[in-house]
Every structure is written in C-alpha cells, then in structure tokens.
Design a protein around this ligand. Structure first.
Ligand SMILES: *[C@@H]1O[C@H](CO)[C@@H](O)[C@H](O)[C@H]1NC(C)=O
Ligand SMILES: *[C@@H]1O[C@H](CO)[C@@H](O)[C@H](O)[C@H]1NC(C)=O
Ligand SMILES: *[C@@H]1O[C@H](CO)[C@@H](O)[C@H](O)[C@H]1NC(C)=O
Ligand SMILES: *[C@@H]1O[C@H](CO)[C@@H](O)[C@H](O)[C@H]1NC(C)=O
Ligand SMILES: *[C@@H]1O[C@H](CO)[C@@H](O)[C@H](O)[C@H]1NC(C)=O
Ligand SMILES: *[C@@H]1O[C@H](CO)[C@@H](O)[C@H](O)[C@H]1NC(C)=O
Length: 372
C-alpha cells in the first residue's frame, strides 16, 4: 500500500519496488509452470503415454536409450521388431480385411504405433488391402506409417466416421485431410464416409449424401493425379437408387450370420443376396460393387440356424473365400482381431468376429483354405 503522504520520490521508489516484486513473482510462476509442464510431459510421454487421448505413438525417440535397437513399443512396452517372420499357417488369399487397432476407442486412445506395426505384420500375410473404421486414435495415420516402415505393398480404405455428432464428424474429416496432406493418396483406394449410417437411422440420408459430395469435392480440388472414389457403406438391403446415385462405388456389408442360416449355406446365400440387392444396383449403374464386410463370429448368441463357433467359421472360410476369389467378388473380410471393447460395450457376439485374438494369435484350429 502506497502511503498518500509520502514524497513523490518515495512514491516512485515504492512503485518501482512493487514492479520488481511483480517481475520476481511472474518469473517464479513461470519457473513453477515450467516444472509442472515438465512433470506433465514426463508422465504423458516418457513414462509410456497411456493417458486418454495421448499423442504418444510408442516411439522412444528422445529418451536417450541408444543401447536399444528397437524404436517402437507395444502398449505393454514390448519392443517391436520390423522384420516379418512368416507364419506358415497364414496364406495371402483374402481380397481385403477390416482392421481396427486394439485399445483405440476415442477418447481412450491407449494404442501405440508399435501395436499397429505388430498387427500389420500379421495382416500383410493374409491380404494386401485394409479397410479401417475411423480416423480417431491415429488408426489410419499409423497404419500408413506401419506400411511404410515395413515397406509393404498394401493399400487402405479409411472411413470418416459419421454418427449424429457433428463434432465427431468434423474431427474425423479434419484428421482425414491431415493424413492425405501428410501421406498423399498413393496407398488410398477410396474413402468411406460413414459405415451403416442408414442402418442406425442417426441422420437424414440427404445429409449423408451431401457429406459424400463435400468430401469428393474437396479431395478432387487437391489436384492428385489419381481419382479417389468416395462412397459410404451400409447393409446390402439398404442399397437403393438414391444410395447408388450418391456413391462412386457401391459398398455393402453382407452378414449371412444374420440371415440365420447354417454356416454350410452361408456362402451361397451371400452370393445370391449380393446379386439381388447391392450388386443389382451397382450393375445397373455400371459402378463397382464391393463387399465392405463379410465374416462369421466364433462366440455369442446363435441367430436362427447360425451358430457362432470356430467350426462354423471354418465352414464359412472353406466355402466363401476361394469361391469369391474365383467369381472376382471384391470383399473385405470382417474382421482381423476380436474386439473386447465391443464385448464390453455391447455383446460377446459383437466382439467375436476376429480371425485372430486381440493379441494377434490365429484362433485355434483355423486353417486357410487352399484356393489353387
Ligand atoms: C511419434 O512421436 C514422436 C515423438 O513424439 C514424433 O517425433 C514422431 O513424428 C511421431 N511419429 C508419428 C508417425 O506420429
Ligand atoms: C535401454 O534398452 C535396453 C534394451 O532394450 C534395456 O535393457 C534397458 O533397460 C534400457 N535402458 C533404459 C534406461 O531404459
Ligand atoms: C529382428 O528379428 C530378426 C528375425 O528374427 C532378427 O534376425 C533380428 O536380429 C531382429 N532385430 C532386432 C533389432 O531385434
Ligand atoms: C489393451 O488391450 C489389451 C488386449 O485387449 C488389454 O488386455 C489391455 O487391458 C488394454 N490396455 C489398455 C491400457 O486399455
Ligand atoms: C502392389 O500390388 C498391386 C496389386 O495389389 C500390384 O498391381 C502391384 O504391381 C504391386 N506393386 C509392387 C511394387 O509389388
Ligand atoms: C459429441 O462428441 C464430443 C466429443 O467427441 C462430446 O464432447 C460431445 O458431448 C458430443 N455431443 C453430443 C451431443 O453427444
């Protein structure tokens, strides 16, 4: 407090010493913030980066441990080796496969680039094409990074996730264009704007079709030499003329399990279903027809005659894969890994469609058919 009776000289001294105090205090606070920032940085990145929405990618660049030859680590800190040791039980016979990294459900992104590398090492032994469900948790960015690090000839189809939350859509849309800016489109076969949006009835189909048009317009304006097809994917039974008009290729999820048939008849049922639904519209419009999901679960409630079990999955693999390859049906198998987070959120059936366990181990007794 400045004494009102003090001389001008004293007043100015008091003011100046107050300024001093303020400067000293400010510097003190800045140092404190610096220490705090360092601690937060240490907890978030150096100690593994497992906090929600962490940007850690499992790279230990900057930790100064040059005695370790491994640059990447899985979520549980196992070092990742970039050499692919072929698994003799796997065969590269699938047209494509659906893939979602484990521990990658926004905002709890506890996955690392190392996890994705390990997954892609496996996927590369069964197919050259990957479809992904969304942009969150670096799923697409790290898949492309893993493909580059492993020097693989694999292409991808990312999805810009669409539900009734505009914030989510904007985040996914921005992330998609960031990835395209960073990696280009050489390894991108197309982009799906949403998956099963019509099935979930969350937004007006007209809004979805407008978003497809917006994404197409923006990607075409970027001047790439290659044209990137833009579409959505939905249940085969939801494909109609308006859907077909809105997309560059007709992508549909076909799930014979929900057709309620014995696995023995599932492949034939699927081919017939395709011809009568999405395939019919695609042919009429002279557009490519692609099966965005087809597969069989190994655990969960039965659906009519359809049983979720490993022998039934084996029946489906034996009857569908080689036949589809011969017929030149384009399909993305559903899916790579079992998904415990889906089991936790919905049902055991939802989480049990993987060919592999969440840890990437082929389900016991499963064999890949001999197509030649
Ligand atoms: C991984 O993280 C490191 C350090 O944060 C960063 O330098 C690098 O660019 C990241 N890589 C990817 C593919 O995000
Ligand atoms: C450095 O890496 C080596 C080999 O992975 C490991 O044994 C060692 O504990 C690491 N050191 C530190 C300080 O992290
Ligand atoms: C990676 O694995 C290969 C094959 O097992 C091995 O030869 C190589 O030494 C390993 N590299 C590292 C850095 O551990
Ligand atoms: C990551 O996934 C594995 C395998 O599903 C699971 O055991 C683990 O608890 C998950 N970790 C985190 C941090 O979510
Ligand atoms: C990569 O795979 C595609 C088919 O998926 C093939 O046409 C192309 O020749 C391959 N490129 C290389 C370098 O192997
Ligand atoms: C939309 O998603 C964001 C996070 O992605 C969340 O914060 C927000 O509450 C959501 N809005 C609605 C209406 O659910």
């Amino acid at each position: 407090m400045v004494d009102p009776n003090a001389s001008e000289w004293l007043k100015s001294q008091q003011k100046s010493s107050r300024r001093h105090r303020i400067i000293v205090l400010t510097i003190g606070i800045l140092i404190l913030l610096g220490i705090l920032g360092g601690v937060v940085y240490f907890i978030k990145f150096k100690s593994g980066g497992t906090g929600p929405d962490s940007n850690s990618n499992g790279s230990n660049v900057g930790t100064g441990n040059n005695s370790s030859p491994n640059k990447y680590f899985t979520w549980d800190k196992k070092p990742v080796n970039l050499t692919i040791v072929p698994n003799p039980n796997l065969k590269n016979i699938l047209y494509g496969i659906n893939y979602g990294p484990v521990n990658a459900s926004y905002p709890w992104c506890t996955n690392t680039l190392g996890d994705v590398i390990e997954d892609i090492k496996i996927v590369s032994q069964i197919t050259n094409r990957i479809r992904l469900y969304g942009m969150d948790c670096h799923a697409v960015e790290w898949t492309l990074e893993a493909i580059n690090l492993l020097k693989l000839n694999i292409t991808i189809v990312p999805t810009i996730w669409v539900d009734n939350n505009d914030t989510t859509y904007q985040r996914q849309y921005d992330d998609f264009f960031d990835v395209v800016n960073k990696y280009g489109v050489d390894k991108i076969d197309g982009v799906s704007v949403g998956n099963e949006v019509l099935f979930r009835k969350e937004i007006d189909p007209k809004v979805l079709y407008q978003r497809i048009a917006d994404v197409r317009k923006k990607i075409n304006s970027m001047g790439f030499k290659k044209t990137i097809p833009v579409f959505t994917s939905d249940l085969g039974s939801n494909v109609d003329q308006a859907f077909t008009d809105a997309v560059d290729q007709v992508w549909a999820n076909i799930h014979p399990y929900f057709g309620g048939l014995d696995s023995k008849y599932a492949a034939d049922w699927s081919f017939k279903f395709i011809d009568e639904n999405n395939g019919y519209y695609a042919k009429k419009a002279n557009k490519d027809s692609v099966i965005s999901e087809i597969g069989w679960p190994t655990a969960g409630d039965p659906h009519g005659e359809a049983i979720a079990s490993i022998p039934d999955l084996q029946n489906f693999l034996n009857t569908f894969i080689c036949a589809a390859n011969t017929k030149q049906v384009k399909y993305y198998y559903f899916e790579t890994l079992d998904a415990p987070w889906k089991t936790a959120r919905w049902t055991l059936l939802e989480g049990s469609w993987g060919l592999f366990s969440p840890e990437g181990v082929l389900k016991p007794t499963i064999t890949f058919p001999n197509c030649n």
